[in-house]
Write a protein that binds this ligand. Sequence first.
Ligand code: PMP
Length: 445
Amino acid sequence: MRSQENSGTLLEMPVGKPLSSLSNEELRQVHARASQRHQSYVKAGRRLDMTRGKPSAEQLALSQPMLALPGENDWRSEDGLDCRNYGGPLTGLAEARRLLAPLAQVAPDQVLVGGNASLAVMHDCLAFALLHGVPGGDAPWSRQEDVAFLCPSPGYDRHFGLCEGLGVRMIPVALTGQGPDMDQVERLVASDPAIKGMWCVPKYSNPTGETYSAETVERLAAMPTAAADFRLFWDNAYGVHDLTETSAALPSILERAAAHGRADRPFVFASTSKMTFAGAGLALFAGSAVNLRWLTLCLARRTIGPDKLNQLRHVRWLRDFDGLLALMARHRQLLAPKFALVREILARDLDGLGIATWTDPKGGYFISLDVMDGCAQRTVAIAAEAGLTLVPAGQTFPYGQDPNDRNIRLAPSFPGLEDLRVITECVANSTILAATDALLRQRGL
Ligand code: PMP
């Protein structure tokens, strides 16, 4: 599916200098070429999709042998539990807790291995906090007229959807490349008791790819909060999803919070969704003994127990944390070339034009593209006309509102390399078309 219509790239254009510095005539030329290319996409009538960061079929195939596990004659846990039946601790099988504890950077006895989706565990924690309150608080959160969460933005749209769905007010907080703007965070949490929590994707953040610095983690662990029952919702979804051979360093939030006498502050989440099978993996919660007891008590009313056979299947397949890291290295081999291709095309088509910047993530699932202010929605709409579905602009912000209308989340994992080439060329062309539209309008042309 090589894109013939773009094989000339944009080199014929007067590029290499900012579009804003072009003469009216040059700008019109760039606009005309981008329009022409856009029309060729429209005519080609393709349907391409880059909305969600899903693993590709090749990635899923890496864990294909897991479908035959644990096998017809293998259903007992190491404690002798019959995994086919009800029973056993709500915290999950001991061997599954041991397997996944390193993801939470904590000892296995601080870990609960639950169902298939960490998002569901996050939902439960927030819903239980609203309904029952959390340790250290004196009432259910919902008794308070106003409950708010800090939302580093751009961030994960489903975190924001959870808050919106459960009536939690969202306060956007800026990201710095080293995590959230901690001056802003400290000021807000110290003064406002309505702020009960904060979303954090501390490693290879969705979508910016940044990893929180040691200083950021330290300040989050130590900061005084007006709400005594404040919680960090620490979603370490991409803790082992490296795109290079070096894994970014992230201090253990549970350890750091405990060191500051705030052991109950973090609720840690992770899952194997992007390791084994998305939607059929294992989710993890980790926290202080107090938090673990709280969640277990809440969960006891909700479920008789997790899917122990899936836990056994994962233990048999991954064996131990080294086995899990070896699998992640195979994912990297599939993912890294896709990220490299997207970056190569963006650089080729957009570098120097002064209308876009994009991230160079060392892990995770996304490249975050910032187009010219006020142009993200238009860029996504132009791509849609060309047959490419992107995540709606704004969705990476609370309430779907990007104050600058500039952020677009690119998700290179799912498409094959040839589709990815077409998709990225189309993104670049849509970016240019939206920007030249805006610049021509600004000049009254
Ligand atoms: N957290 C983040 C930051 C994500 O990007 C995603 C999507 N993969 C999830 C959680 C969802 O994870 P799960 O499948 O475990 O619900």
